[in-house]
Design a protein around this ligand. Structure first.
Ligand code: THU
Length: 137
């Protein structure tokens, strides 16, 4: 499998951020998810006047991929910031971590970028002691 191109994924996540629909929080977030097929799936946050109906960028990308027929992933890059200014890391929320853990297993990488440096985390880093399907048997 080809090496993960972190710079390219961060660039695409920033591009996806351009589509963010975030009139309420003004926090623009973009994600670039890499499938095992090599395909990238981009997502942005999509807010709603009924705030809890909002979907985060990470879940938008994951749902886009799964509904396109891909369920195994290698990495996700996430960038975000108030008014789209990428100044600090924008780590995935708890709900997105749970959704990631459903599809993103061993070796999956979460790539964050603060405008200057990147940070690469494992699934274990972002969600230790996950609740998974094995608990439902
Ligand atoms: N947001 C994301 O898109 N991803 C996260 O993991 C954290 C939060 C969005 C949701 C909402 O539109 C805005 O950021 C502020 O919470």
């Amino acid at each position: 499998m080809a090496e993960i191109n972190y710079d390219e994924m961060i660039k695409l996540a920033a591009k996806a951020m351009g589509e963010s629909y975030s009139p309420y929080s003004k926090c623009r977030v973009g994600a670039c998810l890499l499938g095992e097929s090599g395909q990238y799936y981009l997502g942005c946050n999509v807010e709603n006047a009924s705030y809890s109906a909002t979907c985060c960028a990470e879940r938008t990308a994951i749902f886009k991929a799964v509904s396109s027929g891909e369920k195994k992933f290698r990495a996700i890059a996430v960038v975000g910031g108030f008014d789209g200014n990428i100044k600090e890391y924008f780590p995935p929320c708890g709900v997105c971590r749970q959704v990631m853990s459903e599809f993103c297993k061993d070796g999956f990488e979460v790539i964050l970028f603060n405008g200057k440096e990147r940070k690469v985390l494992s699934m274990e880093d972002v969600l230790p002691y996950p609740f998974g399907s094995e608990k439902l048997k």
